[in-house]
Design a protein around this ligand. Structure first.
Ligand code: IFM
Length: 444
């Protein structure tokens, strides 16, 4: 696959640990785990904060072109804004230099959900002032790393931060309010739109955003299931893709939310004149995080209205240990849809991977054939889309390391490298060796 970029991805809270190291401030995930809402915390995680050199050496051995990681806002600005913490910036500075020495291109993400708690105390993403704080943070980071880092990602999966964090309340900060969710999502998008020019002004060559998706298809050909699928897609996908690519919020969803009393008035909470133009700041690439797809049935009435209800057993066979059906064809289909409907000039699969808990066997091997099969089928799905003209330019496996799967704790293992969370010992799995060979083969 020619100039294709092969990579692996992680995020700060999931791997770094070092909760109090180097003057780091408290994030909403620190507070969330302290409140007992997670089986385990990220206080130590994979101890990447201390073991990053070992991890970079493993990446070099793997032969990846690029590494996607996220920066912890609270390391850089412990209170979210104001006084810069040089020790925090130093950590990422060293990491970037370490990657570049090995010929690995850094793809930092500014926000992978770990808002400074100090900003949450002032309203968090429901407060418009957080948008300004995010731009200040973006400027600080690009000011330090922009001479060496050329590819930047503003946000990771705004849907998750917005709806799991502010409507369902199962992720930090744990709010449960439609008004909060719609306002938070809007401000996250606005902060993206404003960070794009700020990053460019600081020297970034290429700026993108990583959007997740849940590809939905009707469980039957009934009018009801088709309508429910369209609604689910609006909630789960279009609500973010449309504004980022200049189409504004989807009119059918705005009307549906108004009709259902999700907000009062003519426009969604927090949306001011001009915001949508800023949100639509042209990006250089779209990052797509893809894992699975979902059949939607209207059969359960109102319960299905926003989250969708899986229509019984998935017609497609197989699922990962997250319970997610394995549906690589839906990735090809969604890539075509992205190309047709939103037309980014370049797409990277910024996350794709599978959770399997295969352990280290008596011979010191981790025989995770299921993960190899999953990755192989999804890379093939990407190749199919690329061969028919969809501009997919790279693929990042989620994840480099077994890490903290948020409220699932450490039992869900997405890594190509096994991590013993007691000792921190890293053991490359069979999938790591397979991916190394796959990358080599593509370069022949
Ligand atoms: O671990 C997460 C990651 O933080 C965001 N995307 C999905 C992954 C697997 O759930």
């Amino acid at each position: 696959m020619g100039d294709f970029v092969w990579g692996a991805a992680t995020s700060a809270y999931q791997i770094e640990g070092g909760r109090f190291a180097g003057g780091k401030g408290e994030s909403i995930w620190d507070r969330f785990s302290d409140s007992g809402r997670m089986p385990e915390s990220g206080d130590v995680a994979c101890d990447h904060y201390n073991r990053w050199e070992e991890d970079v050496a493993l990446m070099a051995e793997l032969g990846i072109d690029a590494y996607r990681f996220s920066i912890a806002w609270t390391r850089v600005l412990p209170d979210g804004r104001g006084t810069l913490n040089q020790a925090g910036l130093d950590f990422y500075d060293r990491l970037v230099d370490g990657l570049l020495t090995e010929g690995i291109t850094p793809y930092p993400t500014l926000y992978h959900w770990d808002l400074p708690q100090a900003l949450e105390d002032e309203g968090g993403w429901t407060n418009r002032a957080t948008v300004d704080a995010f731009v200040e943070y973006a400027e600080a980071v690009v000011g330090r790393l922009g001479d060496r880092v050329t590819n930047w990602i503003t946000h990771n999966e705004p849907w998750v931060a917005t709806f799991l964090g502010h409507l369902e309340g199962v992720f930090a900060p744990g709010r449960q309010s439609w008004t909060d969710a719609l306002a938070a999502g809007h401000h996250i998008l606005l902060s993206h739109g404003r960070a794009v020019p700020a990053l460019r002004a600081g020297g970034a060559d290429r700026v993108g955003i990583a959007l997740d998706c849940r590809v939905a298809f009707p469980a039957s050909e009934s009018t009801e299931d088709i309508a429910a699928t369209r609604h689910f897609d609006g909630f789960r996908n279009r609500w973010f893709y449309d504004p980022v690519f200049g189409k504004g919020y989807p009119a059918d969803m705005v009307a549906a939310y108004r009709d259902r009393g999700r907000f009062a008035g003519d426009t969604i909470p927090a949306n001011r004149p001009g915001d949508l133009d800023e949100i639509a700041a042209p990006v250089d690439f779209l990052g797509l995080n893809y894992y699975t797809s979902i059949p939607i049935s209207a059969a359960r009435g109102d319960e299905t209205e926003d989250t969708g209800v899986p229509a019984g057993p998935n017609p497609l066979e197989g699922h990962t240990e997250m319970g997610w059906p394995i549906t690589p064809d839906a990735l090809t289909a969604f890539l075509h849809r992205i190309d047709d409907e939103w037309s980014p000039s370049s797409i990277y699969i910024t996350e794709n991977g599978a959770s399997y808990s295969t352990g280290v066997d008596a011979n010191g091997r981790v025989p995770d054939q299921e993960r190899i099969d999953y990755l192989d089928s999804h890379i093939a799905a990407v190749a199919t889309a690329r061969a028919s003209g969809v501009p997919v330019d790279g693929y990042f496996v989620w994840s480099l390391l077994d890490n903290l799967e948020w409220v699932e704790g450490y039992r869900q293992r997405f890594g190509m490298i096994h991590v013993d969370h007691g000792t921190g010992t890293r053991t490359p799995k069979d999938s790591y060796h397979w991916y190394r060979d796959r990358i080599k083969e593509s370069r022949r």
